[in-house]
Design a protein around this ligand. Sequence first.
Ligand code: VG1
Ligand code: CO
Length: 563
Amino acid sequence: FNIKEIPTNPFEGQKPGTSGLRKRVKVFQQEHYTENFIQAIFDSIDVKNSTLVIGGDGRYFSPETVQTILKIGSANGVGKFIVGKDSILSTPAASNIIRKYKATGGILLTASHNPGGPNADFGIKYNVSNGGPAPENVTNQIYEKTKTIKSYKVIEAIPVDLSKIGEHTYGPSKVAVIDSVTDYITLLESIFDFPLIKKFLDEHESDFPVLFDGLNGVTGPYARALFVNTFGLPESSIQNCVPLPDFGGFHPDPNLTYAHTLVDAVEKNNIPFGAASDGDGDRNMIYGKGAFVTPSDSVAIIAHWADAIPYFKKGGVKGLARSMPTSKAIDYVAKKKGFEYFEVPTGWKFFGNLMDAGRLSICGEESFGTGSDHIREKDGLWAVIAWLNIIASVNKDSPNKLIGINDLLNEFYSIYGRSFFSRYDYEEVPSEGANALVANLNEALKTGSLDNTVYTATSSSTSFTVSGLYDFEYKDPIDHSVSKNQGQVITFTDGSRVVFRLSGTGSHGATVRMYVERYVAADAGVAELSKPAAEGLQSLIEVALELSKLKEFLGREKPTVIT
Ligand code: VG1
Ligand code: CO
């Protein structure tokens, strides 16, 4: 076979962020740019005779990039590629396939919830053999390689027809194009009580219709296989479920701002249970008529009801975890039920070691990420089906009253109390302003100037006293690696907390995230516990903005998105 070595020069800034390398499509389209990064991946892993899984959310520039990976991968010695048909594999489906077929790793082509299309974003992410995102030592090595790269290798072969399922020969390598959906549905079927869910949905066709919105992202075919083909629901139970390269112009992020097609349909048609997923299928939002489940509560409620899910009933719950900015709701469940629990930095990669060590079963992030140790990525449809399994199971014991989302929320608050939680995102602000905000907090950390200061919200005259300020640092209990500077946390004497973090997934400028959390105990009463989050947090938000001088530093009056 003819292997060619193509000379190249390093590009600046090919450093993988929270979840891979994400840039504008135009950046990836520069000559040698994508090739350099892919060669750097192969320079960082044991590539000889390896098996690699390839797929993604089907966004613009994916088919071309799959062919680039085949060319470079084959030239570098990859033995076999397993590729999703039409380059489609949701992130959770890819994680499952890496594990199921014992692959060396996988390359996922996605920028997740970022918009797609020729003028929007693309991304490349490497996952390791446990099915999870590469840990920092691997991504750092990839980055180092990108800084010194001088050439990359390609094989001269005819492009593989990615629309044809089956085994193809490609130079010295094999390429298996597989159905993108089947293995994933088999996996969920082994986890949940499908007959129970189907029976419940059948019996409640009129008073509990469900709606899933794929936001034109990758989950469409998976949702169809589940809701229409498996549970026998009508076509009207799914919408925007054909993956489009530009997501039809949508911003495929399941939150109240961007998933407005779901929110509008749920409100208009009085749907008691709606859900949406992001571009690559690892995020989820649960939203019914008059009922929004904040992701921090969602994972805690799934943990509380774990016994309703056959996978946990059988295997037990080994431990719980959340990312640092996520509210502490799940901690309270762990304490009450006697489970071990962990607080890790933002990004799913930190959960993997704990799962591999058998110490973690259910975990989540405030950013609409929920999942378990069935794979090593967060899993949007898993969370949606988990909720349906729990609701079906709870209603089995309540023949006379239909129990819905709000009933589960209120019951949960009455047992554990409620952690009011919200996140303010300031997207694409000037980096200087973002850095100055961080520097100012670091200064306060060093001098202790904020300690014991009292701030009063003007709207309510509620006061908060700062009890401490720290920079979150994580030491992995399994491999003892240390991750520093993972966000600045300000704590208050009433147990409230405000966190500031810079995003690691943006493709442009800097994005500042402010997370606020305030705990109200279970005995506060229903009226207090069931308030809208914005109301429960108003005073704390005012105080957080004031003490951080955020508006001054960022020059922004209002956040881009509130979740
Ligand atoms: C964001 C979220 C984080 C999530 C990450 C990847 O990261 O805050 O919780 O794990 O996106 O999600 P950041 O660094 O921008 O805050 V996804 O659905 O893009 O793979
Ligand atoms: Co995603």
